[in-house]
Design a binder for this molecule. Structure first.
Ligand code: ATP
Length: 353
């Protein structure tokens, strides 16, 4: 079997029912596909043996707003526990938001219910770190790829199989893998299959949650290139969630940095890496080893004090202030405004650092 090679993708087939599977390569169009306003996800903390009471809330996502242009890629970074996955899941309504609005292509996802939401789900898919890990190991690739179409009542068995073959080709896997089972594949191949499964319904938006973090570095590059190619081929818009800044830099045109449920900085990819303004972003970047030995030798590290505070009881004022090397009194008293510090460059910090 071919290992990590990528074959020429096919143009997807025309469908007669269900979601539109005829997405052509349209290239980036500068209009927002995804618009998120003030999104909140607070998980209740329950206590009590006989009678459960809500004693607090984990503020996993607490007022995040962003938009992603059609055909664009937004990278969301931050350390483990800052709320990235919960944000991605809430955008797709896999998690019920506590507040805020999500629109996809102008349709308000957060207002949808029942059958309308169920049908709309075909437009938004998710790729996970180990996308096959949660699926039935007794299902072969044919079944795994056809399942999303079946759920949405799309196509006959033969049509679903044809689409599965075309999609496999697009992700660089041969038709022969249809009869194989998840455990027979390498990490990179499993991720290609996960991407293929997400592509089966020809979605508009794919949320990629740590898409390459379980893979060897050499395979990471191949999967990132594949994501790039598929974006052009299928006119996809991506939200890429990763703790690894290098992954986000490679894939994204805009980057948001999240800390304890909130965005602290957002800018074009190049700007955020070359001119970070928020102390948290500066600290994250200062921890990345540099390939150039001279630059590496002079790299100044910003060491953050302590651990991530509990999102159930976040610090007053600026949530980052308990770990910030530049914190002053105002930081404990006043929450910093989410302000445009330069054109297209937003930051939540009282200071111009
Ligand atoms: N279902 C849930 N119930 C209660 N708390 C939750 C739930 N899901 C997530 N959390 C909490 O919400 C916070 C954010 O978690 P989340 O998984 O979104 O962060 P993350 O940045 O994606 O981290 P990781 O990369 O480790 O997944 C964490 O404190 C987590 O423990």
């Amino acid at each position: 079997m071919s290992t990590e090679q990528h074959a020429e993708p096919h143009v997807p087939a025309q469908r007669t029912e269900g979601p539109d599977l005829s997405t052509a390569a349209t290239g980036p169009v500068a209009a927002p596909l995804l618009e998120v306003e003030d999104l909140k996800v607070h998980f209740p903390i329950r206590r009590g043996i006989v009678v459960e009471r809500v004693v607090g809330h984990v503020q996993a996502v607490d007022g995040v707003g962003l938009s992603i242009d059609s055909g664009g890629t937004y990278g969301l970074v931050g350390e483990s526990g800052c709320g990235k996955t919960t944000f991605g899941r809430a955008v797709l309504r896999l998690e019920e938001p506590t507040g805020g609005r999500v629109r996809l292509g102008g349709d308000e996802v957060t207002a949808m219910k029942g059958e309308k939401l169920r049908r709309f789900r075909s437009k938004m898919q998710m790729v996970f770190q180990d996308p096959l890990g949660s699926l039935n190991p007794r299902h072969n690739v044919d079944m795994l790829l056809s399942e999303p179409l079946k759920v949405h009542g799309v196509g006959s068995k033969a049509e679903r199989r044809k689409l599965a073959v075309e999609t496999l080709d697009a992700v660089g896997l041969p038709k022969s893998v249809l009869e194989r089972f998840p455990h027979e594949f390498s990490g990179g191949q499993r991720q290609r299959l996960g991407i293929a499964r997400a592509l089966m319904l020809r979605p508009d938006l794919i949320v990629c949650d740590e898409p390459v973090s379980a893979l060897d570095v050499s395979i990471q590059a191949q999967v990132m290139n594949l994501l790039d190619e598929l974006q052009d081929e299928f006119g996809l818009t991506y939200l890429v969630i990763a703790h690894d800044l290098a992954v986000v830099r490679h894939l994204s045109d805009r980057v948001g940095v999240m800390y304890l449920g909130k965005l602290v900085e957002e800018a074009d990819s190049e700007t955020i890496y070359e001119h970070p303004r928020h102390p948290y972003t500066k600290a994250l970047l200062s921890a990345v080893p540099q390939p150039d030995p001279e630059v590496e030798a002079n790299r100044e590290r910003i060491i953050l004090k302590g651990d991530l505070p509990s999102p159930a009881n976040p610090p007053s004022g600026c949530r980052f202030r308990t770990r910030c090397p530049w914190a002053e009194d105002i930081c404990a008293e006043v929450e910093p405004e989410w302000r445009e510090a330069a054109s297209g460059h937003k930051v939540a910090c009282h200071f111009d650092l």
